[in-house]
Design a protein around this ligand. Sequence first.
Ligand code: NAP
Length: 365
Amino acid sequence: MSKVLAVLFKGGEYNTAKLLGSAENALGLRSFIESNGRTLFATADKEATLDEHIKDAEVIITTPFNPAYISKERIESAKNLKLLVTAGVGSDHIDLDYINKSGRKISVLEVTGSNTSSVAEHALLTILALVKNFIPAHKVATEELGWDIAKISRDAYDLEGKVVATIGAGRIGYKILERLAPFKPGELLYYDYQGLSPELEAKVGAKRIDTIEELVSKADIVTINAPLHAGTKGLVNKELLSKFKPGALLVNTARGAICDAQAVADAVKSGQLRGYGGDVWFPQPAPADHPWRSFTNKFGGGNAMTPHVSGANLDAQARYSLGVKNILTSYFTGKKDYRPQDIILLDGEYATKSYGNDKKVKDVK
Ligand code: NAP
C-alpha cells in the first residue's frame, strides 16, 4: 500500500484535538488518507525516522514551522515520491532546483493564503512591540520592582508618522500595508518586482520605490515579505544594512535566511538598527548560540524574536489542514486540478515566478 509521510511539529504534553498541525493529529487527515487506500505515517522526527520512512513514501507532507529539510539526498532515496505538500506557505526547505533538474515528475504544492492574515497580524505586532519597547516594559512590570519609567520610555516611540517599507508586496506584504494604513504612518513604501495596481496602491496610500537600497534608506521601519529563493538568500547583509536609515527597525516574518544573521545582530548592537524582530530562523530549530537569541540594542531592548509561530496558530492550522486535504483530494482522484496559486512545481516544472518562470498568479486578496 502506498504511503503518505507527514513530518509535522510535536504536540507532546500540549496536544489537544484542536492542535491539528501536530504530528499526533496529522492535520486531522488520518481517516481521510486511509479511506483513500494509503497508509499514513506521521512523525515530528526530522532525522532518523524521516530517513527511514521517506524511502517508500509516495506523498510527503511537511511544514515550515518544524521544517524537514528535503534535500537532494533525501529526494534520491525517495524512489516512489510523487507529491510534496507544504502544510503552510513557503517551500524553501525543499531542494526545488534539484527536483526541477532531476527530470522526475514530482510536484510540490503549498496552501497559499492559509496563514496570510496570521502572519500580517504578527508582523504588525512585532513592529508595535519594537516601536513601543514593549518586551522590556513587560519585563519591568513582571520581573522588576523598580517602576522604572525612564528605562523604557527612553527608547519608546509612536508608529504614527513613521515611514514604513515592505520588501515584497504580495499577499502578506499587502495585508501588512492595509493594517498599517489606519495608524497614519508618515509614508508607506514598497519594493517588489511587479508594481501593485493603482487602485491597490491608492487603497492603502503606498508608493513603489525602484531600488531596494533607496527603499531601506528612506524607512524608519522595514518589513520583509518576499519568499526565500536564490535572489533573496542573504539579501539583507552587512552592505545593505549600511544603507538603512540609522536607528531603523527591521521585522522579518518571511524567512530567516533572507538575512545574514550575524550582520543583523551586529547592526542592532552597533545602533545601525534600533531593533530586529521576527519569527523565522535558519536553521530551525535554531542552535543555542544563534546570534538572534541574545542580541540587544544599547538600551537592553530591540529584540522581538519568536520561534516560527506566526503562521501556525489554531485558526491557521485549521485553514492549512483543509488546504492540504483539498490538494490530496485532487491528487488521489487523479484530477490534479490544483489551485494554480498553490503550485510550486508541477511534475517537476516550475509554476511560480519567484522560483522559476513567470506563470505566477499575482493576487494580494
Ligand atoms: P506572495 O503572495 O508570493 O508575495 C511575495 C511577493 O514578494 C511577491 O509579490 C514576489 O514577487 C515578491 N518578491 C519576490 N522576490 C522579491 C525580491 N527579491 N524583492 C522584492 N519582492 C520580491 O507570498 P506571501 O504569501 O506574501 O508570502 C511571502 C513569504 O512569507 C512566503 O514565501 C514565506 O516564505 C513567508 N511566510 C512566512 C510565514 C510564517 O509563518 N512566518 C507564513 C507564510 C508565509 P513575484 O510574485 O513577482 O515573484
